[in-house]
Design a binder for this molecule. Structure first.
Ligand code: GLY
Ligand code: MN
Ligand code: MN
Length: 437
């Protein structure tokens, strides 16, 4: 079930409730991006724009004017054009946007220079996301200058410009029941995709052939797209955090790291499993694997309402540092090593990030300079890892080239947390069992 019209309308109402009186918010859609000459990348709507109306066409601008007597929610969009539509696909057109997305009023995007200055005129404050697009920044100034040019005739230009991101992103950080439902569904499609890849894996396959298994499972599960380019890294490629070449052959005796998640109705899942290409962990691989898993469990144990954002990360650092000392990979006293961040040679990222319409979702981590407290409705990833560079001469040879990350998606609840990707096997034994089956 996609997000309902009522929920979109509630989001706009919430945003307008946070805006100052006599203000206007202006939000552009994403633009089509050229992939090669006259073909484009698959279009993906801007997440803020989508969040506020669910209208997923390019060349559109959404306008909100709280307190206005007539239309408070206005959209500029592409006009209907039978000839263009025959070549490039359907367009809602202004009428369709009013009907399907509950805009109070809608106009052709070609008329925006004539109409928008009139909507801005008399509003004291303009909210928009400054600096994201130099071109849109320039348009805003052009529209405001058009009003300034009329000041002698009594036109009143806005006096203040405020960044819109903060307000929208604060709303997006808290997921509604409907959003959580979609994210659980995305998690379950992603789980099936990882299982499919584990079962299909064997030495001699190329990394992109495992990627193909994921893509198939996403689409056949009901999610057309991946939320981000799938990472399939065999052997030492697992040590490259965002490896997306996916072009190497998988070798007997190596691990393979898959970091992949589908996107469902705009919502991302983001899951990593690391498993042996031949179905059996070696002793060294299992030692590193078990340590990462222990770190993940320690981090998840620190997720509940009222805890600070950094507590799960700190818990994972403690486990990883102590474990690496035990394995002889780090040398020294754990407390001192933690003090100087010695783990970062092997664990160089944070334990997670917010998750939602964007895979690295929006929301302040340190509002006002202090770590944020977790609250019900927030969704995050928990993804500790250990990456031992193949070139690291300080480490015994048997460890070199091992890269392991384990990533799950976790929702903060009233009573603790819910691992929404928890159906995907995690322990080394369970993974071996899946691959043997
Ligand atoms: N897939 C990128 C990440 O895990 O953050
Ligand atoms: Mn990931
Ligand atoms: Mn992630």
């Amino acid at each position: 079930m996609p997000i309902s019209k009522t929920e979109y309308s509630r989001r706009r109402r919430n945003l307008m409730g946070l805006m100052e009186p006599h203000s206007i918010a202006i939000i552009p859609s994403a633009r089509e991006q050229i992939r090669s000459r006259d073909t484009h990348f698959s279009f993906r709507q801007d997440s803020d724009f989508h969040y506020l109306c669910g209208f997923d066409e390019p060349d559109a601008v959404l306008v909100l004017m709280p307190g206005r007597r007539q239309a408070q929610f206005v959209i500029f969009c592409r006009d209907r054009d039978p000839k263009m539509e025959q070549w490039d696909g359907y367009r809602a057109g202004p009428e369709g946007v009013c009907e399907r997305h509950q805009a109070d009023d809608a106009f052709p995007i070609g008329d925006i220079d004539d109409i928008l200055p009139g909507l801005i005129e008399g509003r004291e404050r303009v909210y928009y996301s400054m600096g994201r697009s130099a071109e849109f920044d320039r348009h805003i100034m052009e529209w405001v200058n058009a009003i300034r040019a009329q000041e002698a005739s009594g036109a009143v230009p806005p006096g203040e410009f405020t960044d819109l991101d903060h307000l929208v992103h604060e709303l997006r950080l808290f997921k509604s029941a409907a959003e959580l439902k979609l994210m659980r569904k995305a998690a379950s499609i992603t789980t099936a995709a990882h299982l499919r890849a584990m079962r299909a894996c064997r030495p001699g396959l190329y990394e992109y052939q495992l990627e193909a298994e994921l893509q198939y499972a996403f689409a056949s599960g009901g999610a057309r797209h991946a939320a981000y380019p799938s990472i399939v890294g065999g052997g030492e490629n697992a040590c490259i955090l965002h490896y997306v070449e996916n072009s190497a052959k998988l070798r007997d005796g190596d691990l393979v790291l898959i970091d992949a998640g589908c996107e469902l109705e705009g919502y991302a899942s983001d899951v990593t499993r690391t498993f042996p290409v031949n179905g059996r962990f070696s002793a060294e691989q299992r030692a590193i694997y078990d340590l990462v898993l222990q770190a993940q469990q320690a981090a998840i144990a620190e997720i509940s309402a009222g805890k600070q954002w950094n507590q799960p990360h700190d818990a994972s650092v403690k486990v990883i540092t102590e474990g690496l000392v035990e394995l002889g990979i780090l040398k020294g006293k754990p407390a001192e090593l933690i003090e100087r961040g010695a783990e970062r040679e092997f664990y160089m990222h944070k334990v997670g990030h917010w998750l939602g319409l964007d895979v690295h979702d929006v929301g302040d981590y340190r509002p006002g300079g202090a770590w944020r407290l977790l609250e019900p409705g927030m969704v995050m990833t928990v993804e500790p890892g250990i990456y031992i560079s193949p070139h690291n001469k300080r480490v015994a040879k048997k460890w070199r080239g091992i890269g392991v990350r384990i990533e799950d998606n976790v929702a903060v609840t009233e009573s603790g947390c819910e691992v929404i990707t928890g159906d995907l096997p995690t322990t080394a034994n369970d993974i071996e069992a899946v691959m043997a089956g």
